[in-house]
Design a protein around this ligand. Structure first.
Ligand SMILES: [Zn+2]
Length: 174
């Protein structure tokens, strides 16, 4: 079966997928910026060089092209008809590498948000970004909601109660 794209089209398609500052990433960044989120881009020291790094939220966002990163079950992900073995191997390597990067980040206390290109179509964009914001807020609360020890000003005068000390939520001490 011949490749449906001419070599030139194929080249343009691939170089588009490869390049940084592709449109889907820009859409996500613009949206975040307009909502007041401040971030860094493609931080090399962070595994997988996430497209957006929000340190305050300890969150890395990856905006993944559906073809290049092998979005399974996605209508945009269609294996080229020629060189199937080559593309299959390449894409499954990309997938594995993605998973490894996500794992390293998670193990280091980072949260990972993956946004797929197909989730950024005009019809789905708002909903997708709403979910991103929800995840960011959740992450922010998880970082900042650690239990604190309060000292009441009149602690001495409070009646003593023989109750075990309460711990709120998951009392991580770190
Ligand atoms: Zn997709």
């Amino acid at each position: 079966m011949p490749d449906p794209l001419t070599p030139e089209q194929r080249h343009r398609c691939m170089s588009h997928i490869r390049s940084r500052n592709t449109k889907p990433e820009l859409k996500v960044r613009q949206w975040l910026w307009q909502r007041g989120y401040r971030y860094r881009l493609n931080v090399r020291s962070v595994p997988g060089k996430p497209d957006v790094v929000l340190r305050r939220y300890r969150t890395a966002i990856f905006v993944n092209g559906c073809f290049w990163h092998g979005h399974s079950g996605c209508p945009k992900f269609r294996m080229p008809k020629s060189n199937v073995d080559f593309w299959q191997a390449k894409i499954s390597r990309n997938r594995e590498r993605d998973q490894q990067n996500y794992q390293i980040l998670l193990q280091n206390g980072w949260q990972v948000i993956v946004v797929w290109e197909c989730q950024l179509t005009p019809a789905r964009f708002e909903h997708t970004m709403w979910e991103v914001e929800l995840a960011l807020n959740r992450n922010f609360l998880a970082i900042n909601n650690k239990p604190r020890s309060y000292t009441l000003p009149d602690e001495e005068s409070l009646p003593m109660a023989a109750e075990p000390e309460e711990t709120y939520g998951n009392a991580n001490t770190d």
